[in-house]
Design a protein around this ligand. Structure first.
Ligand SMILES: [Zn+2]
Ligand SMILES: [Zn+2]
Length: 129
């Protein structure tokens, strides 16, 4: 089950809703692939070709905060885990080319507005499945 997080900036009135977490359709790898662009899809397919059924994966929509431009987006994140190996994390890049820092939004104490750098007000607006 996922939840909808609203971020609202009291200074410049920027407001946006983000769908985070995992939906009922996100348990199948075929559906998960659709959340990604071509480069990420290819990477996932290449990894899963090598790995067998012992491979465990974890998919969620997370809040991505761009390390370069500060943009905040709900981004798909797939983690592929295998015993004795480092976890592989697959996620898109920001439009500016920067790398997203990932958070579930609630654990992050302060999320800053990319436009005016004030602290966003957070509110859970509901759940989705
Ligand atoms: Zn703002
Ligand atoms: Zn960026």
């Amino acid at each position: 089950m996922g939840y909808v997080l609203q971020l609202y900036c009291n200074r410049c009135n920027k407001a946006k809703e983000y769908r985070l977490g995992q939906g009922i359709n996100d348990r199948k790898i075929e559906n998960i692939l659709e959340h990604f662009g071509l480069p990420e899809r290819k990477r996932i397919n290449d990894i899963l070709k090598i790995y067998d059924t012992e491979t465990v994966w974890n998919y969620q929509k997370v809040l991505g905060i761009c390390r370069k431009c500060g943009e905040v987006e709900d981004i798909p994140r797939l983690q592929i885990l295998r015993e004795n190996e480092k976890t592989v994390t697959i996620k898109p890049s920001c439009r500016c080319g920067g790398v997203y820092r990932e958070t579930d939004g609630m654990e992050e104490v302060q999320v800053l507005c990319p436009r005016c750098h004030s602290v966003f007000t957070k509110e859970i607006k509901g759940i989705w499945d």
